[in-house]
Design a protein around this ligand. Structure first.
Ligand SMILES: O=C[C@H](O)[C@H](O)[C@H](O)COP(=O)(O)O
Length: 230
C-alpha cells in the first residue's frame, strides 16, 4: 500500500472536517497553519458554490488568505458566537487536550476557540500523543516588557524556555508579543501547569488548549481519515 505524503494527509483531514461540520448560514472560525490552510480553501469552495458563511480569522495570515479567496471575514467583536472552528494543532492527547501555537497564532486561536460552540481539530496521525509535551515545546506568549523575568518564571515550572526567533530577531506575534517555546520532559498535569503558567506576571497566553476541542479529524498514512470525539 502506498503511503500518503504529509501534504495529502493534511488536505484529507481538513476537507473531511469542513464537509462534515460546516453548514450553510454558519459563522465559521478559520484556523492558522499548514493544515488549516486546506480547510480555508475548502470553505472558499463552499462559498463559490453559494454557501452564505461569515468567517472569523485566527491570524492576519489566515485573514489574508481568506479574503484573497473570496471569503467574507468579520470582526470577532461583531458576532455573538462562532458555530464551528476548524483549526490545526501541534499535539493532541486522548482526551482531546492540545498544544497549539508553533505557528505563533495561539492567542487569537484561543480567543476564537473560547467563542466557538464546536472546535474541530484537523491533524495528521503524527500529532497524536499519549501525553502532551512529549514531542513538541509548549509555546507561551509573553509581553515584551520584562520578558527575561517572565522566562525565569517559566523555567521555575520545570522547562527550558527558548525565545522564538525569526530572521535574527525575536518573533513578534499578531498581538505584538514575544513567544517562548518551553520544552518540558512531559506534561503530566496540564491543568495544574496551565494555572501555574497563567499566574506568572507577563504571560499573555499559553499554548495549552484544555477541554476546548469537541472533535479531532485525523488523517493516516494509509489514506484513511478517522475521528476522535470527547
Ligand atoms: O499557531 C499555530 C497553530 O496553533 C497551528 O494550528 C499549529 O501550529 C498546527 O500547524 P500545522 O497544521 O502547520 O502543523
Amino acid at each position: 500500500m502506498t503511503e500518503c505524503d504529509p501534504k495529502a494527509m493534511k488536505k484529507a483531514a481538513a476537507e473531511k472536517a469542513v464537509d462534515e461540520y460546516v453548514k450553510d448560514g454558519m459563522t465559521v472560525g478559520l484556523g492558522t497553519g499548514s493544515t488549516a490552510y486546506f480547510a480555508i480553501m475548502r470553505v472558499a469552495e463552499l462559498v463559490k458554490q453559494g454557501y452564505r458563511l461569515k468567517c472569523v480569522a485566527t491570524s492576519q495570515q489566515t485573514e489574508d488568505i481568506a479574503v484573497e479567496n473570496g471569503i467574507e471575514v468579520v470582526d470577532i467583536n461583531d458576532v455573538d458566537y462562532i458555530d464551528v472552528t476548524i483549526d490545526g494543532a501541534d499535539e493532541v492527547d486522548p482526551k482531546l487536550n492540545l498544544i497549539k501555537g508553533l505557528g505563533g497564532a495561539l492567542l487569537r486561536e484561543k480567543i476564537v476557540a473560547a467563542a466557538t460552540q464546536m472546535e474541530v481539530i484537523v491533524v495528521d496521525e503524527s500529532k497524536i500523543v499519549e501525553s502532551l509535551g512529549v514531542k513538541t515545546s509548549l509555546p507561551v506568549e509573553v509581553c515584551r516588557f520584562g520578558h527575561v523575568r517572565t522566562a525565569y518564571g517559566l523555567k521555575l515550572q520545570g522547562c527550558e524556555p527558548v525565545l522564538r526567533m525569526k530572521g535574527g530577531e525575536p518573533f513578534v506575534s499578531d498581538g505584538g508579543n514575544y513567544i517562548y517555546d518551553c520544552k518540558f520532559p512531559q506534561i503530566d498535569k496540564p491543568f495544574f501547569l496551565q494555572s501555574a503558567i497563567d499566574t506568572i506576571p507577563g504571560v499573555v497566553e499559553c499554548g495549552l488548549f484544555l477541554n476546548m476541542a469537541a472533535a479531532a479529524v485525523v488523517a493516516h498514512k494509509d489514506g484513511t481519515v478517522t475521528e476522535m470525539k470527547c
